[in-house]
Design a protein around this ligand. Sequence first.
Ligand code: G6P
Ligand code: MN
Length: 446
Amino acid sequence: MSYKLAVIGGGSLYTLPLLHTLCQKKEVFPLNRVYLYDIDEKRQFLRYQAAEVMFNEIYPECEIKVAQTLDEAVKDVDYILVQIRTGGLDMREADEKIPLKHGCIGQETCGAGGLMYGMRSIADTLEIVDAARKYSKDSWIINFGNPASMLAEATRRYYRDDKRLVYLCDMTILMLDAFESALNLKKGELVPRYFGLNHFGWFNNIYDSTGKDRMPEIIKKLTSENVVPDELKNDSDWVATFKRLGKMLKDLGGYIPSTYFEYYFYMNEIVKESNPDYTRANSVKDKKQAGVEKMCQQIIENNTIKGSGLDSKVHGEYIFDFIEATLHPKRNTQFLIPVVNDGAIPNIDRDAIVEIPCIVTFSGVEKLYFGEVDIFYKGMIENQYACERLCVDGVLENNLKKCVQGFALNRTITDVSIVKPLLYDLLQANKQYLPELWEKAWQLLD
Ligand code: G6P
Ligand code: MN
């Protein structure tokens, strides 16, 4: 048995390390064809050329091709990996800079910019899932799009019972990596319990392979030293983010929060530290993107991946681990996945997309019952859920009022007088993606 796979968003910064991981794992997950598809052909072509060198060199059994259309890419395939960024890094820059102008957090998946990123990405996500289901009805669709909860909320309306449509996020894996290296454990050893929304959840137990709960030790480490995943040790932005985990635990106690809570809890400090003219998007362009492009060029020029520094990353490893769990009817493995709640957390809305432990098997994702959550977490989760849901409703129903209400509910927009001017500016920047809402945006000006 060998498989066919498509990567939608083939021009992504993650494409080459992801394909590298798949090459490394060919014994377990044999592929015979990989299709790349991206609307930015130029960006993708560079990755494709480098990937072609790599496949010729270490994976000649597998054909790698550029698909001309989305339909062609997703036709008759077994796995569809979606890693699109609607609007690219330029729109990420807008998502980060516009809120900062209004004194709010400027972040790609949190706050006003994150909401707008989600709103802008709904149409593309639905288009991809529709095509995937039309042309490969049993395929696995593994979506790394962001903000994952909002996109899952949008597809929930049409694909609620689709057990092979899954949204994955590597943040919890990166956090566990950091905890494992702080405790000198091997990668993948810790088994967590975790609940919440995507980029908005908490670890409430973290067991090692002997069954001991290591949470207390991890909390001690987090509050006394720098605990950072190996992959992010040289990235000063992420090092600062991980540092704030300790601060959150000191200030609030309780469970270990997702790193993303820093934006909801320390908004003033972070806004003050932010440079409105140079945000994370700029640093990703200048460092990460430039690095990937240089590496691709080097691989193409030298006609080998040797000496290029190309290595597998958490993103690709995680996708592979997930795929591995889906391959054999007998194997099943636990993952933290955003899924429709349906009573897994009985005191949270049934429709909410909650990130909780799930079992992944050959036939699909099966969520585990989690149990009720305490009132602090319930309050936080319901507020954020209502905020995201209203923004998704706003887009799908072309209802500006719901978007205003959604923005007003977000913890990073603390003064409601900011909502209308901020939403106006964001819609203006996004008019090509949300033309119907933009047509109504003048109503925000009065
Ligand atoms: C983590 C999150 C992703 C997010 C990424 C941003 O991996 O899980 O959802 O997109 O961080 O990282 P960057 O280096 O692009 O700022
Ligand atoms: Mn994520």
